[in-house]
Write a protein that binds this ligand. Sequence first.
Ligand code: NAG
Ligand code: NAG
Ligand code: NAG
Length: 416
Amino acid sequence: MNTLAIALLSLSSTALALNANSCLPKTTPLPSASTHSALFRGKFQKAVISPSHGSKSQALYSAAAAAAAAAADYSPTNRDVLTKLPGSFWSGAKSKYVLDFDWAVSKGMGWRKRIAAAFKFLFLGGLWDTIVSTYALLMRRIPVTIYDARAKEAEEGLSKADFFDKYGFVLLNSKSAMTAEDWVASERDVKGELKDINNISVDGGAAHRMRMDEFRNEDTPVKRIYAEEAKDMLKSILPRAKTIMPPAKGIRRDLSGGLLNGPAKQVHNDYGLVFDEVVERNPFFDFDKQRAIYEESKADEYMLVNFWRPIKPMSTPLRSMPLCFLDSSTLGEDDFVTVDNASLGLATSLKDNPGHKFYYYPDMTVDEVVVFKQFHQFRNETKARMPVFHTAFPDPAADKDTEGRVSFEYRVGLMA
Ligand SMILES: *[C@@H]1O[C@H](CO)[C@@H](O)[C@H](O)[C@H]1NC(C)=O
Ligand SMILES: *[C@@H]1O[C@H](CO)[C@@H](O)[C@H](O)[C@H]1NC(C)=O
Ligand SMILES: *[C@@H]1O[C@H](CO)[C@@H](O)[C@H](O)[C@H]1NC(C)=O
């Protein structure tokens, strides 16, 4: 009931720690007042050109990066790309937009309440917020350079565990025993979940609770096979993890999956930035149960990580709408935009900032996975650490023959 108040309270950006790994806010150059970020992005891009499709031979790259890459025995040409970043807000945007369609989609809402909410939506700013954020999230594209994370890993020369610790994302080699059919059999039914959430005031949440129970406990191939693989991967990069809580299902996306099951083309993190908000404002994950275990066990730390990978039946390296990841140390204090979808939950988007640095792993195969952090709280700290903002984007290396993306994301909570 009080979700709006909670969301408002937690909005204060001073309550945020801005580095993946430090609670000290790092100051980044603030964007100019211009609402068109293309104006100030140019100067960050002059050294980079976009490689033509299929060709690895002609991208320019800095001498330093080249030397470092050579030193680390990373032979492929640096694949930094100049592309369009989808779904971000301009620097002058508000820090919160409310997209409340409950009055239109919720079952069992009394007609008085429904009319009052519809009135509020139409005449008190709801419609305008919806138009503005729909434009930002679904239509807006800005030029950006996305850097080659393989080259970055080679250049830094850190262990996988240390790279993950520093950036909140890392690439792991991990051949999976999952077949194409296994992934399908372990897929969440996002559409059905939405229907159940919209019906909560009619059935008291019974269908939703049953679905969350299946999400956690159903006997799926992911539960039998991938959960174990995920645990092993986590032990390799987070040896301090004591309790790992892998669910039975994840989200399978493919290029033709539309808004619900297609690649997510918005710069976002799927949750709020403070623990209360994450737990109370996300109906798609059983954070309440995980937080209860965290409190009972007095664990020092709670983390939610996402395992994201292209999957079979893909047979060629991924060039179709790959995911890119923001180095969270490049975030500025004023960069956050809360997108509040009422009973469907709350996520965090970003305003453009010329300081932002995005990375991607060119040509990922089905034998590779990116692990990235979506929420991270230490008990001894009041502010949560920064998550890794991410989005799908068009890789200029794709052409008309490029195989369409099929991918799987698997969100695992853990305690240390
Ligand atoms: C909503 O819940 C009621 C009561 O359980 C059920 O009869 C109805 O079919 C549900 N509607 C939808 C759209 O799921
Ligand atoms: C909220 O709605 C926007 C626009 O439709 C969508 O992009 C976003 O994913 C939604 N967020 C949540 C948490 O449902
Ligand atoms: C909290 O604990 C973690 C893990 O022991 C430590 O790395 C971090 O510095 C601590 N934070 C504070 C503010 O003391």
